[in-house]
Design a binder for this molecule. Sequence first.
Ligand code: C2E
Ligand code: CA
Ligand code: CA
Length: 454
Amino acid sequence: AQLPVQSELEHNASHDLLTGLPNRLFFERQLEQALAHAQASGDYHYAVLFLDLDGFKLVNDSLGHASGDDLLVQIAETLRANLAGHCLVARYGGDEFTLLPHGACPRGRAEQLAQRVLALLAGSFEVRGHRVFSGASLGVVLGRAEYRSPDQLLRDADTAMYRAKAGAKSAYVLFDHAMHAAARARLKLETDLRFALQRGELRIFHTPIVDLRNGRVQGFEALARWQHPQRGLLLPDDFLNVADETGMLVGMDWWVLEQVCENLLRWQRRMPAHARLRASVNVDDRQFADPNLVEHLRSVLLKTGVDPSTLALEITETVFRRGSDEAAQTLHGLKQLGVSLVVDDFGTGYSSLDSFAASPFDALKIDRSFIRDMVTNFRHRAIVRTIAAFAEDMRLDLIAEGVETAEQAGLLRDLGCTMAQGFLYAPALPQAEFEALLESGFAQQSNSSPSAVA
Ligand code: C2E
Ligand code: CA
Ligand code: CA
């Protein structure tokens, strides 16, 4: 027979000290057995439910860790008291619990269980004199022949749980093939992106910025594109998030900036008519928060020899929302390098006009959403008119983006806007096509309004 102390040690290794529930290790061992049993019998009717509390962090942060512990113990007790006869209930870690139903568990039963769990946790708990609500998000995975290890199941359960959290909270989501495919595609994109820079798949496209009064190209905005070997030309929306999450975004932005500076200088030198050509580069919020931003930009300017007054950085209003002195300092540091600062997507960030008046910006770029329907939408036209008046008083340049029709261009000119970009003039162009456009000096208007091109 086992010595009492030995069985106690074994119990401690397989159970969570706080709640007394089986722990992650124990759960994974049981799941491994269930998997082996399914493989042997060819009956894949098992399931895993992965539960994450919605309100735990709030309780922990506001009432303290001891209260957080209390809540976990009560939730563990609730789950055990109501479900222990039907499934293995484990504390997987932190505020995560996992369930492995005993016996066959086809889809219907798994969903019933999920609903039961949500109902059990929907009410309030009494924690040290406070009524707290937690609620939970659940990911549910059903057994399949492809699953070889507990890791794979738990990863998919976790994916489904995050879907549940992202949607309406206190819900469950069943992991399905589409999610599996999406997760795999996403992983592939991440690996591909790691090689994209090395393989030279990243491209810069150019959107001409024209003078509304005479149609002349004044400069361009640089936009990143990824020439993916299988998927074709990808837009920033397709890969900027992945780049961010893999920590590659800032490096990518520096690459863009350097390339743009090199091209800009070459064009300025080669084409006398464009000796003062201007380039505009997007600076992501995360790049803006980089403490080395100013120093790094200084070195790029030195290295490429570009005249800083012909380079503009586009920064969104959201940098103000942090309301920090750091943001103001960075802006002044950039300004001292001699570059222009443009507020991108102006009008969408809800920051106070006062913060702009006090900041060293040179230009505002009115967001596309106001331009799109300004001809028919009175409110948006009024906003554009107000922004134009504000810019004039503050002596800021004004650029309209997303101009698609000659009517919009005419209206903007009447409102005092001097510069514009958009499909009316040209889509974002690869290098060679943009060079050809520069040589001609004018952006071709697609629904040609001769007065603006002449
Ligand atoms: P953004 O800075 O507001 O860029 C303008 C977007 O509007 C571009 O989309 C451009 O192709 C599109 N556009 C231009 N003219 C028109 C038009 O007349 N009509 C319509 N419907 N759209 C027009 P894109 O290239 O997909 O870029 C999306 C966003 O990705 C950009 O928004 C910018 O925030 C970001 N981005 C692009 N390149 C870079 C980059 O190199 N670095 C960073 N950090 N962000 C970038
Ligand atoms: Ca921009
Ligand atoms: Ca914009």
